[in-house]
Design a protein around this ligand. Structure first.
Ligand SMILES: Nc1ncnc2c1ncn2[C@@H]1O[C@H](COP(=O)(O)OP(=O)(O)O)[C@@H](O)[C@H]1O
Ligand SMILES: [Mg+2]
Length: 307
């Protein structure tokens, strides 16, 4: 098998006249945590459902773990660990019953089931919850249960659709530690998110906006190949100078954060610090800074809108 775990070519999906995923081509290499970043409604879940063989494409091709989707969708569904955006376990069944049920679907025998369920309950801190019904669990507990369910068969590919929505910061951090632990065992992960700090943690990203891919690459490459420069302006009253920045043609975006203004400038501004200093005035200081994934996101989505 090649070292590409997911490949899509010209993948599109329409709902009536509306194009939810538009001509998406992407390759996800094995052994990476690959982020699928985009705002709500940008087509992430629709693309994921096509990758999992749960929704037929309107156009284009999908290959997952070397198998064609939808032609081999049934095998793909059994081979991929998929954590849905909405909780999809049986609410009336207990934590343990849900996990045993999933094992049966995957054809594990009784002793394999017992061992594996015990293992994942320990790994995802579900032991104390084993006889609790799944329905009334907290958001974070449900997410841990769903992740345990997705890894039961030790799949080579895990697709996690906004796995950390509705969880507190501690659980979020714990879940990201699990993702890297799972990836270290040779499982590739595609994880969708709209959170910039989660995107920063991935090896590589595909960035979506309005159904289209607007950028992809490793996190480091996305930042260094950014078509813009970022300057921090600080001084007595940055709120009062923000309108001047927003009005300037050279400025892609300006956003206040505490006593600082983060200004993203077009690359063709030759001397960005001097330029920002000139707009801000003598009482302010301007200094170049490294781009973040949030800056990348702002720039690539504004480029898309200009086209
Ligand atoms: N079954 C459907 N019927 C009609 N529109 C849909 C359907 N599923 C998704 N959409 C629309 O497609 C767009 C993309 O949705 P989705 O893939 O869920 O985005 P994301 O996961 O990035 O939030 C949204 O505008 C959504 O309303
Ligand atoms: Mg979604």
């Amino acid at each position: 098998m090649s070292d590409i775990v997911i490949a899509t070519r010209g993948l599109s999906r329409c709902f009536g006249d509306f194009v939810a995923v538009d001509n998406l081509s992407m390759n996800i290499p094995a052994n990476t945590v690959h982020g699928f970043l985009g705002p709500n409604g940008s087509g992430k879940t629709t693309a994921i459902r096509m990758m999992c063989g749960l929704l037929d494409p309107s156009e284009g091709e999908v290959e997952v773990l070397g198998m064609q989707v939808p032609a081999q969708a049934a095998i793909v569904r059994r081979s991929v660990g998929y954590m849905t955006q909405r909780f999809s376990m049986y609410e009336d069944m207990t934590v343990e019953q849900n996990l045993h049920f999933l094992c049966r679907i995957h054809g594990l025998n009784a002793s394999e089931r017992r061992n594996r369920v015990t293992e994942v309950m320990a790994e995802y801190r579900l032991g104390d919850l084993s006889s609790r019904a799944a329905g009334p669990l907290s958001g974070g507990q449900k997410r841990r249960l769903a992740l345990a369910g997705a890894v039961l068969t030790r799949p080579k590919l895990l697709i996690l659709d906004e796995p950390t929505s509705e969880v507190d910061p501690n659980t979020r951090r714990e879940m990201w530690e699990s993702f890297f632990r799972i990836a270290a065992t040779g499982t590739s992960i595609l994880v969708s998110t709209h959170l910039m700090d989660e995107a920063e943690r991935c090896h590589a990203l595909t960035i979506m906006n309005q159904g289209r891919k607007v950028a992809d690459g490793t996190v480091a490459d996305l930042k260094t190949s950014l078509n813009a420069t970022v300057v921090i302006v600080s001084g007595p009253d940055v709120a009062s100078i923000t309108p001047q920045f927003n009005a300037a043609e050279e400025v892609l975006a300006a956003a206040q954060s505490g006593n600082e203004l983060r200004v993203i400038l077009h690359n063709d501004v030759a001397q960005p610090e001097q330029f920002a200093q000139g707009v801000a005035g003598e009482q302010y200081r301007a200094a170049l800074t490294d781009a973040t994934i949030e800056d990348v996101f702002v720039v690539v989505t504004s480029e898309g809108e200009r086209d």
